[in-house]
Design a protein around this ligand. Structure first.
Ligand SMILES: [Zn+2]
Length: 220
């Protein structure tokens, strides 16, 4: 199992559930989910907010069955419709070609994850309230901020990453506040629930062209 620096909420045992109470006496279940990779020479990093329940389930099952963590990540990360949406957005930015890949799917292959593509989450101890996954919200649990700042900053080999791609509004807001000096572009969250935003992103020729120029500048 890959180990990363932990925030004080990330439990010592991966995937062990930790129950805590917040200031409003709500019961939260936190799970430390060390899902991600450490490529040898990462060029790009794709940053989600926190591992989704389905991703965690698939990843854990594969690893428990003895699948290599990189292979498990390759199969579990953004699986299903999420992967298709993400691949489509990355293709619209010409990113696979710029990175020397034949297509978007190659970005998620184990060889790419070993070498140059870093997949990770801003928060590795996602919280559930009443068993429903909750994205970061300081009203629920202010300490999660530590995971998205100190732990995240320690995890990333930012010196070699030339381009960070943030997925969705929450991650974009964190980058605007804490990582504004990193070379990043923000794209919509690839969730099927976000289809309207994804479609308008894919149809916004001006925005796509602007982002392609930014990518060209960072990766040149
Ligand atoms: Zn954490």
């Amino acid at each position: 199992m890959l180990q990363y620096p932990q925030c004080h909420l990330c439990t010592t045992e991966p995937f062990e559930e930790l129950e805590v109470y917040n200031s409003k006496r709500k019961k939260l279940t936190l799970t430390y989910c060390p899902i991600g990779n450490s490529p040898k020479n990462p060029t790009i990093a794709i940053i989600g907010f926190s591992p989704g329940p389905q991703q965690v389930k698939t990843y854990k099952k594969l690893v428990d069955q003895g699948t290599h963590p990189i292979e498990a990540l390759s199969r579990a990360a953004f699986s299903g419709r999420l992967r298709k949406n993400l691949a489509e957005m990355l293709q619209a930015l010409y990113l696979p070609q710029i990175l020397g890949f034949n297509n978007s799917e190659q970005i998620f292959q184990p060889e790419s994850l070993e070498e140059k593509v870093h997949l990770t989450s801003l928060v590795k101890c996602p919280a559930k309230i009443d068993n429903k996954p909750k994205p970061f919200d300081p009203r629920y649990f202010p300490q999660t901020l530590i995971c998205a700042t100190i732990r995240f900053k320690r995890e990333l080999p930012e010196n070699s990453v030339k381009l960070f791609i943030t997925l969705g509004k929450h991650v974009e807001e964190f980058f605007q506040s804490f990582y504004y000096n990193y070379p990043y572009i923000a794209i919509p969250h690839p969730s099927p629930a976000n289809m309207r935003t994804i479609k308008s992103f894919l149809n916004d020729k001006q925005k796509l062209e602007k982002l392609r120029q930014q990518i060209g500048k960072y990766l040149s």
